[in-house]
Design a protein around this ligand. Structure first.
Ligand code: HEM
Length: 152
């Protein structure tokens, strides 16, 4: 049986850790944005890159397995039920946000991408991914609440 969580909800320990880490990473991205504002570009790059890469691990280890077991077998039949709708919207937009983060990281931090497809409008991309990321985080929190917080 999965270990019980530490937040006093019906969630497992792993779901509570995911929630905790994801909120921390969302705040970390905001702190990283302030670093860019303060013109500390090196620290900004390190901060945002670490978060984007750490999130790949969390998605692969916690969220994709859960999505495969809990959601995929019930799609598309149950997509109108909030339990599945929240998680599916969250997973689809979360995939886009993570890929957007990786795209910025590869464009700004490496020479691996052909020049033609590298980003030139950095500010636009960074702001858009940050907004999308926070939207996805809210959907993740909504999923957690819907799945694990008992209603009176
Ligand atoms: C920027 C990207 C993402 C962020 C910030 C994020 C954030 C979160 C948060 C805060 C939770 C609540 C904690 C929990 O219930 O475990 C969660 C849960 C979940 N996420 Fe994500 N997520 C992202 C990407 C994804 C992707 C790409 C998938 C696709 C498979 C996904 C699928 C799920 C599922 C199925 C849950 C429920 C997990 C469970 O409790 O068993 N997420 N996410």
């Amino acid at each position: 049986m999965a270990q019980a969580g530490f937040l006093g909800t019906a969630a497992t320990w792993s779901a509570d850790v995911t929630l905790f880490l994801e909120i921390g990473m969302g705040m970390g991205l905001l702190a990283g944005t302030l670093l860019a504002r303060a013109k500390c570009y090196r620290a900004h790059a390190v901060c945002q890159s670490m978060i984007v890469l750490l999130n790949v691990g969390l998605i692969a280890m916690a969220m994709i397995p859960s999505f495969r077991h809990q959601i995929i077998p019930k799609l598309p039949r149950k997509i109108t039920k909030p339990y599945y709708a929240f998680a599916t919207a969250h997973a689809a937009l979360g995939g886009i946000a993570e890929l957007g983060g990786l795209y910025i990281l590869l464009s700004a931090g490496t020479k691996w991408l052909p020049e033609k497809i590298r980003i030139t409008r950095y500010k636009f991309w960074m702001r858009s991914v940050l907004i999308l990321w926070w939207f996805v985080l809210s959907l993740g929190i909504a999923t957690y609440v819907h799945w694990y917080v008992p209603r009176p």
